[in-house]
Design a binder for this molecule. Structure first.
Ligand code: FES
Length: 268
C-alpha cells in the first residue's frame, strides 16, 4: 500500500548525487529515516533522494519543503536536529542553511563562483586546421539536451566517430537515454552509443569512451561549425558537424550551451 500523503507536513529531499555521496549523504539520509521511524514521525515527514541539487560545494545537501530551505554540510547529528526543529517548532536552523526563499544570495562556506565559458580563440588544430574553438560543458545535463535539440531541429547535422563512421541526423529514428549512462543514436540499420552519464565503479570499461571534453568550433577552410567530443586523455571520440542551412542550431549552441559566447568576426 502506498504512503498516505494527507498527513505529510514536511518533505526532506536528500541529495544522492556523486559529491554528496562522497561526503556522507547515505549516512545522513539513513540517520534521518531511522529517527523518523523510531520517533513515529514517518507519516508526518516524507523523504526523497534526488540527483545533484547543484550545490556540490556544500555537500551533503538537502532541501526541506514546503518552506524552501536549502541545507549545507550535513551529517547524521545535524539532520536529526533539523527534523526536530522543523517538526517541533516549525522553524529552520538558520546556521545550517545555505539558502532560504527570498534570500538575495546563497551563504556557502565553500562558494566556487559561477563557471564561465571562455571566449572563442583561434588555433591550429590537427583535425580541423585553422579554427576558432572554445570548451563547453560535458555533463549529461548539457549533452542530452544538445543531441535532442539537434535531432528535432537540425536534420542535416552529421555525427562522425573517431573511426570515420558517420550518420546524418535525418536518418535517425530515435535517440535514447534510458539507462542514464549511454546515449544511443539509432537509425534503421545502425546504432552509435555515446557515454555521457556518470560511470559507475562496477562498469570501468565504459570510462574509456566517456565524453569528458566538449569543444565548439568554427573551421576556417570550410566555414563549418560543430562540436568535438574527447575522452579523459583528450583522445577524439567524434565530431558533430552542423548543417550550414540550419543557422538556428549554432545560435542554440551559443545561447544554451555556451552562455552567449559568440565566434570572433565571422557570420554563421
Ligand atoms: S551532488 Fe549533491 S549537490 Fe551536487
Amino acid at each position: 500500500m502506498g504512503k498516505s500523503l494527507e498527513k505529510v507536513k514536511h518533505t526532506f529531499l536528500f541529495c544522492d548525487g556523486g559529491s554528496c555521496r562522497k561526503a556522507g549523504a547515505e549516512q545522513v539520509s539513513r540517520a534521518a529515516r531511522l529517527y523518523l521511524r523510531n520517533e513515529e514521525l514517518w507519516d508526518e515527514v516524507h523523504t526523497i533522494k534526488t540527483r545533484c541539487n547543484g550545490r556540490c560545494e556544500d555537500a551533503p545537501t538537502c532541501i526541506v519543503e514546503d518552506g524552501h530551505f536549502w541545507y549545507k554540510n550535513l551529517n547524521p547529528e545535524k539532520v536529526v536536529e533539523l527534523i526536530k526543529s522543523h517538526c517541533e517548532n516549525g522553524e529552520p536552523i538558520e546556521e545550517y542553511l545555505v539558502y532560504a526563499r527570498e534570500w538575495e544570495q546563497v551563504r556557502s562556506d565553500n562558494e566556487r563562483g559561477t563557471f564561465k565559458i571562455k571566449p572563442f580563440e583561434w588555433k591550429d588544430d590537427p583535425y580541423l586546421g585553422r579554427c576558432q574553438m572554445t570548451k563547453g560543458l560535458s555533463s549529461d545535463q548539457y549533452l542530452h539536451p544538445l543531441f535532442d535539440y539537434l535531432y528535432r531541429n537540425a536534420p542535416s547535422t552529421v555525427y562522425e566517430t573517431a573511426q570515420g563512421d558517420q550518420l546524418t541526423f535525418s536518418e535517425l529514428t530515435e535517440i535514447r537515454f534510458e539507462k542514464d549512462i549511454e546515449l544511443e543514436l539509432i537509425t534503421e540499420n545502425k546504432e552509435i552509443q555515446l557515454v555521457i552519464g556518470p560511470v559507475r565503479k562496477d562498469e570501468p570499461h565504459l570510462e574509456k569512451g566517456k565524453i569528458r571534453n566538449t569543444y565548439y568550433f568554427y573551421r576556417e577552410s570550410t566555414g563549418q561549425v560543430g562540436v568535438r567530443f574527447s575522452d579523459k586523455k583528450n583522445e577524439l571520440i567524434g565530431h558533430l558537424f552542423l548543417g550550414t542551412s540550419e543557422g538556428n542550431a549554432w545560435s542554440y549552441c551559443t545561447r544554451v550551451q555556451l552562455q552567449n559566447n559568440k565566434l570572433q568576426e565571422v557570420s554563421v
